[in-house]
Write a protein that binds this ligand. Structure first.
Ligand SMILES: *Cc1c(COP(=O)(O)O)cnc(C)c1O
Length: 224
């Protein structure tokens, strides 16, 4: 298990380095988030042992359970919430995560702000944009994003580190990455969380600062 995880992690890291080079970007400019959702603590340990420290989870409860234990052994871990968030979980989310990628409505933004104040903890925030305007998908509509960024900054006093998107499964992702990049630029937002196992090299071409890679590192997920 250990050597397999190590091998996959190294392959992904090499592909990132190559994509950075091809895009004319500095080596090391892209941060790899290893998405460990659905995987058990025993599956995650070898990846930690291989030196990876930035991880993504999509559920607050699952992350709390798994990472309480892992974090006591690896204190320099950085944990990212990449899944949708309910405002009744804001307290746990702020306590558990260092970065949240799924801010997509005023209610959530307000709850996160109030929890950060209460807990005296700064969590880095990304706004999720529903670039494909899909009914079933979380994220704010592209045409509402500028106003929402303004609201977060001016009214709530939140600093927005980046934007995040998940392109529709059956479409070429490049258009969606380009749209996210454009919205970020015109709003002076610095970071872009985009690209998963199937498309992270394309995301890097479009300026991704963070890629979220799960199955290419951990293998196929079993949801049963
Ligand atoms: C699961 C997930 C990923 C990782 O997907 P892979 O295809 O396994 O790399 C990335 N981003 C989000 C938001 C996810 O939910």
């Amino acid at each position: 298990m250990s050597s397999k995880a190590n091998e996959c992690l190294n392959e992904v890291k090499a592909a990132i380095t190559l994509a950075e080079k091809e895009a004319g970007r500095a080596s090391g400019s892209v941060c790899l988030i290893a998405v460990s959702k659905t995987f058990a603590v025993e599956d995650i340990r070898p990846v930690l042992e291989a030196g990876q420290r930035v991880f993504g989870e999509n559920k607050v409860q699952e992350a709390m359970k798994k990472w309480a234990e892992l974090r006591s052994d690896y204190t320099d871990v950085e944990l990212h919430l990449i899944g949708p968030l309910q405002s009744n979980k804001a307290k746990e989310a702020i306590a558990t995560f260092d970065v949240i990628h799924s801010v997509d409505r005023e209610k959530i933004a307000r709850s996160l702000k109030s929890e950060m104040d209460k807990q005296g903890k700064q969590v880095r925030l990304y706004i999720q944009v529903n670039t494909g305007e899909e009914e079933q998908k979380a994220g704010i509509a592209p045409q509402d994003t500028d106003a929402f960024i303004q609201l977060c900054r001016d009214e709530l006093g939140l600093s927005i580190e980046g934007l995040m998107c998940i392109p529709p499964v059956n479409e070429a992702p490049g258009m969606h990455f380009a749209l996210l990049e454009k919205i970020a630029k015109r709003n002076g937002v610095e970071k872009l969380s985009m690209g998963m196992s199937a498309d992270y090299p394309i995301a890097i071409q479009h300026g991704a600062s963070h890629v979220r890679v799960g199955s290419a590192i951990f293998g196929a997920r079993d949801y049963s």
